[in-house]
Design a binder for this molecule. Structure first.
Ligand code: GDP
Length: 438
């Protein structure tokens, strides 16, 4: 994807801006040292472009001692990777000498710079933003990250400045790694599994805080190619901030889910699936990710068939996409069963990428409508006319028809489940949009 770096002196609101752009519903606001530094990139799609955003907030603490030195070191590192820089200033505070120094430096940057005047909410905001014009970096875009104002304009301005899209962008690059997240509640065995997958002691697991190796992502190779395990921050954080375990395990899973394609939900088979597991599983579904379930600690399970039944029951009852979902019983600790994980991941990934040919889609749609006629809403029948798959990753359907926008939830679910069955897409969330025509 193309990369956009968010730069500026401390406190201008880089993180809030970044969070808005990446669309985190749960912003990671935390004063524990290292927390902001851990998470510095996120992905979001705008105008059909998948964009990687780098947040440089908090990076300052990592580098040299002078403020200017710290800023340039971290910013320079971010710029190295960027296709576009967002230079953020604080419209309310006005320009400071360090803004001016930063701007001076950015004017020589090898990438285009978009000037963003943040905190420009409400009346007078736009006027305050205009002061930034003096920086000689073109027209500032006025936004309020906190209030979510001005983002339409900002995104438009970003899209205008991005380099031309490579038509076949990364999705078709054969050497692009599959992005995997390992999610689950604390102590389910996520880091043990990662270690086993890596086949070497890349990460140290165990209950001791602070042991886990600092890495935002790790890569390994399976039979089919590269695999990147994204955002292992959840693992690190657990070790570091033990008391925040509960909250963070969900928060970190959300972050990891944003960046991944397939999520492995690690369930502690000794404990069964509880509300926390299900919450994380539903997040995966909400984020549109393909899911594979690992029933871990299988080595220590006594009655395997009863345990399996119990786990399957809970899974089926609570996850809409779970029908037929790949389930891999394993012992992350001994490695037994782990070899079945990546094949299941690859298979589910292929489902997630599925594009159904138009003819087959139309036949399915007609069949589904005739088996189960569309309902009446306020005495009038909803008439569905066409269905089309607008995208994959995950498969997304658009249906058109008279009063289609009123299509009730249960009928939507019927269509989705029928689509899943007919085209055999277990473990994959399917999106359905309905648009009314006149
Ligand atoms: P995480 O919090 O999900 O990363 O969990 P860890 O990987 O740190 O594992 C939590 C605990 O469960 C550790 O004491 C591991 O040794 C133990 N554990 C992990 N996998 C297995 C397994 O397959 N079998 C058994 N018996 N214990 C395991």
């Amino acid at each position: 994807p193309v990369t956009v770096a968010v730069l500026g002196r401390p406190n201008v609101g880089k993180s809030s801006l970044f969070n808005r752009l990446v669309g985190r519903r749960i912003a990671l606001v935390d004063d524990t040292p290292g927390v902001t530094r851990d998470r510095k990139e996120g992905f979001q799609s705008y105008g059909g472009r998948r964009i990687r955003f780098i947040d440089t907030a908090g990076l300052e603490e990592a580098a040299p001692t002078t403020l200017a030195g710290r800023m340039t070191a971290s910013s320079e590192a971010a710029l190295q990777e960027a296709d576009l820089a967002l230079f953020v200033v604080d419209a309310r505070a006005g320009l400071t000498p360090s803004d001016r120094a930063f701007a001076e430096w950015l004017r020589r940057a090898p990438v285009p710079v978009l000037l963003v005047a943040n905190k420009a909410e409400g009346k007078g905001g736009a006027t305050a933003a205009m002061e930034a014009y003096e920086l000689g970096l073109g027209d500032p875009v006025a936004v309020s990250a906190e209030h979510g104002e001005g983002f339409g304009g900002l995104i438009g301005a970003i899209l205008e400045r991005l380099p031309e899209a490579d038509a076949e962008e990364d999705e078709h690059d054969p050497d692009r790694p599959l992005r995997l997240a390992i999610i689950g509640r604390p102590n389910a065995g996520k880091s043990t599994l990662l270690n086993t997958l890596l086949g070497e002691e890349r990460m140290i697991t165990g209950p001791e805080p602070g042991l886990t190796r600092d890495a935002v992502s790790v890569e390994f190779r399976d039979a089919e190619g590269r695999v990147r395990v994204v955002d292992t921050a959840g693992l690190r954080k657990k070790a570091r901030v033990e008391e925040k375990l509960e909250k963070m395990s969900t928060g970190a899973s959300i972050e990891a889910l944003r960046d991944c394609e397939v999520a492995v939900l690690v369930v502690d088979a000794l404990l069964g699936m509880d509300e926390q597991d299900l919450r994380i599983a539903r997040l995966a579904e909400r984020e549109g990710r393909a899911v594979v379930v690992a029933f871990n600690k299988w080595d220590a399970v006594e009655d395997r068939s009863a345990t399996r039944r119990r786990l399957d029951d809970v899974l089926m009852a609570s996850l809409a996409q779970s029908k037929g979902v790949a389930v891999v019983p394993m012992s992350a600790a001994t490695g037994k069963g782990v070899e079945k994980l990546m094949p299941a991941v690859r298979k589910t990934y292929a489902f997630w990428n599925k594009r159904v040919p138009t003819g087959a889609l139309n036949r399915w749609f007609e069949g589904a409508l005739s088996r189960h006629p569309t309902p009446l809403v306020e005495g009038k029948r909803i008439k569905l006319r066409y269905a089309t798959q607008t995208k994959a990753r995950p498969p997304t359907l658009l249906v058109f028809g008279t009063r289609a926008e009123q299509l009730p939830e249960d009928y939507r679910r019927y269509l989705v489940n029928s689509f899943r069955d007919v085209f055999d897409l277990p473990g994959v969330p399917i999106r359905l949009q309905a648009r009314g025509t006149t």
